[in-house]
Design a protein around this ligand. Structure first.
Ligand code: KE4
Length: 432
């Protein structure tokens, strides 16, 4: 596989951009080797600067649910951009997107647009603190909510991939108000609640985590959190930056049948443009400026081009359960194909899957939380990642990430992926 252009671009990039990338997980640190520089993408395929084609299982970390350069989205952006790229004033487009969300998502009556998932979760925590008058909040080890100071305490995704679970620069003053619980362990939450009676504003969770790989909530866990938060006057925040509009149009709230008090969005909602949002009941959301005292703002929030892209994609997805059924079916086929290859070997493995989210862990331990996710053998993951990459399959470059399928993947793409996996797994098995 030719990588001359990517290598030279990476060398230049490191002279101008920290680590040569604008987001750490892209640097291939946890799998080794140099990152691939992408030139263009279409449907399920990425094309790098050396002309290599890859079947894409990152989908820009979620947004490309219907594939890259989805024609209706491209057309809508092309038209919108002729009327300027930003006004810094209200537009009909942001009203349309907000209305679409409020009319179709359970218990969402107001939504505020921001520019990233990080801004959405930061704002949701500030709102919860302002609304309840309490300072502390609970997060779960391994759940990633973006790079806001208060979240970088045993975060998932890139923060774990880089091997330091908490980040320098987060002050003790900030960290003291972040309480850590274990995913799938209701008792760990109950212990924090009784130790910090009436001090906890919110509990934020990835209802179906994708930042420890994909992890499934055990029966009663999310329902137990809902009951506990209701009883204790703690706001339950679902961070659906990843699961929102991906698991189904109604996201994890719909999939799990549990309603949060606030929900955060990103990724799919912007169709690949920088959009995040936080949303919930009017009683809570109207506490945000300008009507309420909780301040939050953004020059490019509700950007007309981003709103156009997000609105066009969500309009495509609304009332189209068949997209989600097809996506889940492709993910199931991938799961079953990988499982049948792996069970023929001595390699340790377990696969977690929900909807179109899937992750492969090289461990025989069931992966149900942050610690068990850490039992995966990273050497095996590295071999698997590079074996697939050289065979034209682009997986997330970290064992702590969920893979993301797009509905542009064809049955032939899945077959090609499994053929590459067969050769890679055979290679790994020989090396053992
Ligand atoms: P952004 O600020 O990256 O738009 O969103 C942060 C965020 C918040 N909540 C959840 C559940 C998320 O998964 C994310 C971001 N996801 C990672 C991928 N695991 C983004 C990839 C990256 O950091 O480059």
């Amino acid at each position: 596989m030719k990588t001359k252009q990517s290598k030279s671009l990476f060398e230049t990039a490191t002279a101008y951009i920290p680590g040569g990338v604008n987001s750490p997980v892209r640097a291939f640190k946890s799998v080794g080797g140099d990152p691939i520089f992408i030139k263009k993408a279409k449907g399920a395929y990425l094309y790098d600067e050396d002309g290599n084609r890859y079947i894409d299982y990152i989908a820009s970390w979620g947004p490309m649910l219907l594939g890259h350069a989805y024609p209706p989205v491209v057309e809508a952006i092309r038209k919108a951009v002729e009327h300027s790229t930003s006004f810094g004033a209200p537009t009909e487009l942001e009203v349309q997107l907000a209305k679409l969300i409020c009319e179709n998502i359970p218990n969402v009556e107001r939504v505020r647009m921001v520019n990233s998932g990080t801004e959405a979760t930061m704002s949701a925590i500030r709102l919860a603190r302002g609304f309840t008058g309490k300072d502390k909040f609970i997060k779960f080890a391994g759940c990633y909510h973006g790079h806001g100071d208060a979240f970088l305490i045993k975060a998932g995704s890139g923060a774990v991939t880089l091997g330091h679970p908490s980040s320098p620069g987060v002050t003790e003053g900030t960290a003291k108000d972040t309480l850590l619980a274990e995913y799938n362990d209701l008792d760990s939450v109950k212990r924090l609640v009784s130790a910090h009676k009436n001090e906890i504003a919110a509990l934020i969770i990835e209802p179906i985590p994708g930042n420890m790989g994909c992890i499934l909530p055990e029966p009663g866990f999310i329902e137990g959190l809902r009951a506990l938060c209701t009883r204790e006057g703690i706001l339950l925040i679902f961070d659906e930056v990843m699961t929102g509009f991906r698991l189904g149009f109604g996201g994890a709230q719909e999939a799990l049948g549990v309603q949060a008090d606030l929900v955060t969005y990103g990724k799919v909602i912007g169709a690949g443009l920088p959009v995040g949002a936080y949303a919930g009941k009017a009683e809570i959301m109207e506490f945000v400026a300008p009507n309420g005292p909780v301040y939050q703002a953004g020059t490019l929030s509700g950007n007309p081009i981003a709103m156009t892209a997000g609105y066009t994609l969500l309009q495509e997805l609304k009332d189209k359960p068949q997209y989600y059924t097809e996506l889940a079916g492709k993910c199931k086929a991938l799961h079953e194909g990988l499982a049948s290859l792996l069970e023929e070997t001595e390699l340790p493995w377990t696969i977690n899957r929900k909807g179109s989210m899937i992750s492969l862990h090289f461990t025989n331990v069931p992966v149900r939380d942050f610690d068990s996710a850490g039992t995966g053998a990273n050497d095996y993951f590295k071999q698997f990642f590079h074996g697939m990459l050289k065979r034209g399959i682009y997986l997330p470059p970290s064992a702590y990430e969920s893979w993301f399928l797009s509905n542009a993947l064809s049955e032939k793409d899945i077959e090609e992926t499994l053929a590459a996996a067969g050769e890679t797994i055979e290679e790994m098995n020989q090396k053992r």
